[in-house]
Design a protein around this ligand. Structure first.
Ligand code: AHR
Length: 677
């Protein structure tokens, strides 16, 4: 239920959803006297006497894409950049195989480094570094890596180093590994005694004795030798859930704290790629990390695929979220080769059989028994039990061309035939309206695609004016996944415009199956898309105020929508909005009330929980309040930080009963849980 935006011009309004008239907006004049008498700005009636409408239990989740250094240089805890010497000008014009690496000489040492590809570690990872070391007496020569903008290390923490290495025939060499300051002060040290002539993996634990936000890794030898080095790696010992090849604990925790009901991955445009050769192939992202096939990232850097499908699925399981992998629908991004809208490339028809099989194999890999061909690979990675995949996204905001339609249908038909239990999520272009949107919907309805993915990045005003969007959608057919949305900013008014819109998503949770804000993560030194939900650098995580809106909705989602009416004494002004929703959570039995007040003034609200037999009690919840125009600290493009520091939810207790009053602060979102209401 919503009042504001366009409704403001109507003056006195009641906008409610009454008598089970789901999907219909009822707008009436509210009479001549202020509601509720003096001192009351709003009257809210929650119709506990009416039938609860079932809504999606998967409604709020997250959208993850390796954009803004979200995976490599972000969530993936690997601290070494270009660890396998595969960077190239294809990734980024200035890059080459030695980007990120420098030669280090100590004493009177001599030495050179080069890149070679003869007899590599494996064919997927063809290049490696060769260090020709002539250290001389007492000297040492080696290589240094500063990671992604310096490595943040902490005193007392352990970092796990590993490398694949070999020497030339008849040579043997020892390696010394340091964590160092940029000036060479040593914080941790380990020795790997005997590198031999065959590729082998060597590991060492480095216990750091200093805090430094800009440290580096140095690998040295004092032996005269020609060493081949590949997969030079450094991970914090403490990763999220202590997983090997794991995730950065603080960032993963920030995502876990959103309590997302699902995680969409690996993108975004990264999924359908910059040309068909760049389509994200899930099979390249599983198995031993040293054998994964990294490639260019469409966002103009490199994706190592160290964070691959196994790690994504495992993360989902660790945080209790449903995995939502998206595969390309046999076509690339329409913006491939900078062709802005006309660059879509199609997988050749002759190769489509194999492509479709790759998609089918994903279902077997995720859910098949441990003795099936692909289930065995999951089991070999340490997960014999199935991952319980329920959804598969097919396509990402593609241009709906004849080539797309043909390929989409081939893949969709094959998945539906072999895995009818999987809910396929189709795609309807990059915008909330227009040709691709309409063609996409036509195709989806024609094929009976269960869900389609809508995307929109718009001004806050659009979100206020479009709260009734899904009230107008037909029930009983294809449902909606709002896979990407954001209101072009991370100020308080953006967050509250999104919050108001989310109450409408709840109201329409019978037709909106899922929704995810996008993008999720952004490294403050590599902003490629703005705004984002969570900013980070190597040491810290900075949640936006929009993050807390997502968190409050996701942690307080229900599975039933309760009808309610809202009357306001005065129509909201331009840019203002009051929205309200009531949902039930059948697990806890709680009635959850959400009130959005996008206005600088406080809102005195009188509640009536009609017909519910609610006794006197205390509802607990949270208030997120802040100042319009302000962002949370950490936003690299923020114009002004909130005066009080971080705008974050604060606990609140409200005396409730069949009738009660509550004053929502100016510019706030309040969430209240009425126990067993
Ligand atoms: O979320 C950022 C980008 O926006 C996604 O990669 C793409 O799907 C959309 O255009």
């Amino acid at each position: 239920m919503t009042i504001g935006g366009a409704a403001a011009v109507m003056g006195w309004v009641i906008l409610g959803f009454v008598s089970g008239a789901w999907g219909q907006t009822e707008v009436k004049p509210a009479g001549t006297a202020p509601v509720g008498g003096a001192g009351v700005d709003a009257e809210i009636v929650v119709h506990l006497d009416q039938k609860v409408k079932g809504i999606s239990p998967d409604l709020f989740g997250v959208f993850f894409e390796d954009l803004n250094y979200a995976a490599d240089g972000g969530l993936y805890a690997e601290m070494v950049s270009n660890r396998s010497f595969e960077y190239s000008a294809v990734d980024s014009p200035e890059w080459n195989a030695l980007t990120g690496w420098t030669l280090v000489k100590r004493g009177n040492a001599g030495g050179r480094m080069a890149v070679q590809d003869a007899a590599p570690l494996n064919a997927n990872n063809p290049q490696y570094l060769v260090l020709m070391a002539t250290p001389g007496r007492g000297g040492a020569v080696g290589i240094a890596n500063e990671g992604f903008d310096g490595m943040a290390v902490k005193a007392g923490e352990t970092y796990n180093f590993s490398v694949f290495a070999r020497c030339r025939p008849r040579e043997r060499a020892a390696l010394t590994v340091h964590l160092e300051s940029m000036e060479g002060a040593v914080y941790a040290s380990a020795v790997i005694p005997g590198v031999t002539t065959e590729w082998a993996k060597y590991s060492a634990a480095l216990k750091c004795d200093r805090d430094d936000a800009h440290a580096r890794l140095v690998v040295l030898t004092s032996d005269r030798a020609t060493l081949a080095l590949d997969m030079v790696s450094l991970f914090p010992a403490k990763t999220f859930h202590d997983r090997p090849n794991g995730l950065r604990a603080d960032l993963a925790q920030a995502i876990a704290d959103l309590h997302p009901h699902f995680v969409r991955f690996p993108g975004g445009c990264l999924t359908h790629g910059d040309g068909v050769k760049n389509i994200y192939r899930w099979k390249d992202s599983i198995g031993p990390v040293e054998a994964r096939k990294g490639q260019k990232n469409i966002w103009r850097y490199h994706q190592s695929l160290g964070l691959g499908y196994f790690e994504y699925f495992q993360f989902c399981e660790d945080i209790g979220a449903t995995p939502l992998p998206i595969v390309a629908a046999g076509v690339s991004c329409q913006n491939s080769d900078f062709a802005s809208g006309t660059g879509q490339q199609c997988v050749p028809m002759l190769e489509m059989g194999a492509y479709v099989q790759d998609v089918l194999d994903l279902m077997e890999w995720a859910n098949g028994p441990a003795d099936s061909t692909w289930g065995a690979k999951r089991a070999a990675a340490g997960h014999p039990a199935p991952f319980h995949l329920r959804y598969l996204g097919l396509g990402n905001e593609d241009a709906i061309t004849p080539g797309f339609k043909e390929r989409f249908k081939m893949i969709f038909d094959a998945v539906r035939a072999k895995y009818p239990e999987i809910t396929v999520v189709g795609t309807v272009g990059p915008s909330p309206a227009g040709r691709d949107f309409e063609e996409g919907w036509k195709l989806a309805e024609g094929l009976h695609v269960p869900v389609v993915d809508e995307h929109y990045y718009q001004q806050p005003k659009w979100f206020l004016e479009n709260q009734v969007r899904y009230d107008k959608y037909a029930r009983g057919g294809t449902k909606v996944y709002v896979g990407e949305y954001a209101s072009w900013g991370d100020r308080m008014e953006n967050a509250l415009a999104e919050a108001g819109y989310m109450t409408a998503l709840e109201r329409n949770g019978d037709v909106v199956q899922m929704a995810s804000y996008a993008p999720l993560l952004c490294n403050v030194h590599h902003v490629q898309w703005y705004p984002d939900l969570i900013y980070f650098d190597n040491e810290r995580v900075y949640p936006t105020v929009n993050y807390y809106v997502q968190q409050l909705f996701s942690s307080n989602a229900g599975d039933g929508y309760v009808a309610s009416t809202l009357k306001l004494a005065k129509a909201p002004g331009a840019g203002e909005n009051v929205s309200f929703s009531a949902v039930r959570d059948s697990k806890s039995g709680d009635l959850i009330l959400k009130l959005v007040n996008l206005s600088r003034r406080g809102l005195r609200a009188k509640f009536r929980l009609a017909g519910g037999g609610i006794g006197e009690g205390v509802a607990r919840g949270f208030v997120l309040a802040g100042e319009e125009g302000a962002s949370n600290p950490g936003d690299p493009r923020g114009k002004r930080d909130a005066a009080g520091g971080v705008m974050a939810p604060k606990g609140v207790e409200v005396k409730v009963g069949g009738a009660f009053e509550y004053e929502a602060p100016g510019d706030s979102l309040t969430v209240l849980r009425v126990r067993g209401g």
